[in-house]
Design a protein around this ligand. Structure first.
Ligand code: TIU
Length: 223
């Protein structure tokens, strides 16, 4: 990659230095993408999230080739659920609650098969994985010092779901001064209308939360 890349985006192009930019792939876990996990237990059609897998792979390949820092996140809890707020565990009327046994192990629990990142997007050696108890990747994790130590000032965000964990992380990052680009096609939601609205919210008002681009434009910009 070149020293700086101009990425076409909404509401305006954004200049990125690959050495100071990180790709953050959020919660591309079996628990959200496959039947029998947390997403399905909440009553969702998990097949809607499959659309993000290919674009996440494009983003990973482009970021890796450009020598960018790549960070993966996973939402989940300790086996004793001591880090799970009771309000989160007891909320709603899911078919299975956090910690209950399912076909991919205990729902949303670290170390269980369902907690794994889908095989197509497996982290490679040298790529940090952030385990987070909340929706945002900054809350109760080491993500911020990890980024600061490496001089990162811009984030490319991908993963699921657009309006929940991607947006929460985006808002946390924006308030901490990181310039954020959401890669629209590399994100997905159980609610297509929420996906569209969440993206529109980012770039409205001159980019109130940041920029929206996609993996086609990212790949071209980083070549
Ligand atoms: N339910 C839902 O849309 N999302 C989550 O619970 N977590 C993430 O977005 N990762």
């Amino acid at each position: 990659g070149r020293m700086r890349s101009r990425l076409p985006a909404e509401p305006s192009p954004i200049d990125l230095d690959p050495a100071r930019t990180a790709l953050v792939v959020i919660d591309m876990q079996r628990d959200f993408l496959e039947p029998g996990g947390f997403g399905a237990a909440l009553g969702n059609d998990v097949s809607l999230l499959a659309a993000a897998i290919g674009p996440c792979r494009v983003a990973l390949d482009a970021a890796r080739a450009a020598g960018m820092l790549v960070i993966h996140t996973r939402e989940g809890h300790r086996p004793d659920l001591s880090d799970a707020p009771p309000a989160k565990v007891s909320r709603g009327a899911p078919s299975k609650r956090i910690g209950d046994p399912g076909p991919m192990g205990r729902i949303l629990v670290r170390g269980e098969p369902g907690h794994d990142i889908v095989a197509a997007l497996a982290p490679i050696p040298g790529e940090p994985v952030i385990d987070k108890p909340g929706k945002g990747a900054f809350y109760a994790t080491e993500l911020e010092p990890m980024l600061r130590h490496r001089g990162i000032e811009a984030l490319l965000l991908a993963g699921v779901t657009t309006e929940v964990c991607v947006h929460t992380t985006l808002r946390e990052a924006n308030d901490r001064g990181f310039r954020c680009v959401v890669l629209a096609d590399a994100c997905a939601s159980y609610f297509p209308e929420f996906h569209a609205a969440a993206l529109a919210m980012v770039s409205a008002q001159g980019g109130i939360f940041g920029w929206v681009s996609d993996t086609t434009r990212l790949r071209a910009a980083l070549q």
